[in-house]
Design a protein around this ligand. Structure first.
Ligand code: ADP
Length: 414
């Protein structure tokens, strides 16, 4: 509507320059041009006062804006009717009628939200011309008929636009409501999951403690063996609860991260040392290839260890007896890159995206797992504003590549 106001001004100027109106009917043209300038100025001033005026007294502002908008067809409708009367079938008359049609057509989309405003606009613009020409005082009955048809079409089109507009508004509102509801349900679910996993983890910790005490207090081989099984299952359950707890906190955006200067090479060495035992069971050779002894970056140490532990333990789990796992670190521009390569079973190309999804496990995976590790790892890498890439060939092995900004996540910068 603001651009429409400027267009009206151009229309007034064009009529003044392109026709002999100002010369032949200076009073009438002066009156119309003056009235249009006042109306346009009023519209623009009202828009300028949108923030203050609308916020203070929205109803008054709305009433004034409607009045300013409807004043345009009032002035122009009179002008058009007078022109058809004064100029009959001359070129000036045709030009004014064409300009009026343009205004009318433009208004159908501009006023889609307000059907009453649109209707009143069209009726005020065209009724005088229809009446004058129907009474035989204008350019002819044909113009009255055409104006009637055109007005009818515009009224129908305006109604359709308005319907579509309100339908889309309702759809948007419904979607916004549903999104809010979903977010609230998701939050409740995450909170519930966070609390329950936290409590279960603590109880399980006590059970594991009692199990090891029991094992050390008894000489009975059957009880000792049962103790070992209980400990193994309990440890797996605790890992699962740890993952679910992290997942819930990630969903709630409640995972606290702090960026500090850490030595990546030292962290990799530590994680590799922790994974020595499971690697030994599968006779898997672990090696580190790093050009430097020290590679510093800004990151959350606990979460970085978790990222590496997830990737390295997967590389061991999904390997073959006697295989190898190599961890490589390097600097590339502003990024630090860690690659975890294995000589394992690999992943089919169609599963490359799927393995990062929650609870997704590749069909036929024989090793125990929950399908949570990679999803959490990717979220942790993204919290560091880094990326996680995968290259893999079935039966040959996989490379998981983590890229992290050396200066740490910008969101955590002090
Ligand atoms: P989990 O290992 O608990 O099943 P993850 O999210 O860590 O869950 O891994 C998802 C799936 O991706 C695994 O079930 C496995 O099929 C596949 N996968 C992950 N890492 C590797 C790897 N290094 N080599 C082959 N397959 C892997």
């Amino acid at each position: 509507s603001v651009s429409g106001s400027w267009a009206y001004l151009l229309v007034v100027i064009a009529t003044g320059l392109m026709t002999d109106y100002p010369r032949r009917f200076p009073h009438l043209f002066g009156m119309v041009a003056g009235a249009m300038v006042v109306v346009i100025a009023a519209r623009l001033l009202l828009f300028k006062a949108l923030k203050t005026g609308f916020a203070h007294r929205p109803e008054v502002w709305r009433f004034r804006l409607r009045a300013a908008i409807l004043a345009t067809p009032l002035v122009w409708g009179f002008f058009q009717a007078a022109t058809t009367h004064l100029y009959q079938r001359e070129w000036t008359c045709a030009l004014v009628v064409i300009l009026t049609s343009g205004m009318a057509a433009g208004a159908t989309t501009a006023f889609s939200p307000d059907l009453a405003l649109h209707r009143n606009f069209q009726l005020l613009l065209w009724t005088p011309t229809i009446v004058v020409n129907a009474l035989g005082l204008g350019s002819g009955y044909a113009l009255a008929g055409l104006a009637c048809l055109f007005t009818g079409y515009l009224l129908w089109q305006g109604r359709e636009h308005s319907r579509q507009y309100w339908r889309s508004v309702k759809t948007r509102q419904r979607l916004a409501r549903q999104t809010a509801e979903l977010e609230s349900h998701q939050r409740i679910k995450d909170e519930f999951l966070a609390v329950i996993t936290h409590d279960l983890r603590n109880s399980l910790q006590s059970v594991l403690l009692f199990t090891s005490t029991l094992k050390h207090r008894t000489q009975d081989p059957v009880v000792r063996e049962m103790g070992d099984h209980m400990r193994e299952t309990g440890t797996y359950m605790k890992e699962l609860l740890d993952d679910l707890h992290d997942l819930a906190r990630l969903g709630m955006k409640a995972l606290k991260m702090k960026a500090e200067e850490v030595n990546l090479v030292a962290i990799v060495e530590r994680v590799l040392a922790e994974q020595n035992e499971p690697a030994g069971e599968g006779r898997i050779h672990l090696r580190l290839s790093s050009p430097e002894r020290e590679l510093s970056l800004m990151a959350d140490e606990v979460r970085l260890r978790q990222i590496l532990a997830n990737l390295i333990s997967n590389a061991i789990k999904y390997n073959r007896p006697g295989g190898w796992v190599e961890v490589r670190t390097r600097v590339e521009g502003e990024q630090v890159v860690v690659e975890v390569e294995d000589s394992g079973i690999g992943i089919q190309p169609e599963d490359h995206d799927r393995v990062f999804e929650l609870f997704s496990r590749v069909d036929g995976a024989t090793v125990e797992g929950s399908g949570l590790g990679l999803a959490i790892t990717r979220q942790l890498v993204e919290l560091h504003e880094g990326s996680l890439e995968l290259e893999s060939q079935p039966d040959k092995g996989s490379v998981f590549r983590v890229r992290l900004p050396r200066s740490g996540p910008a969101a955590l910068a002090c």
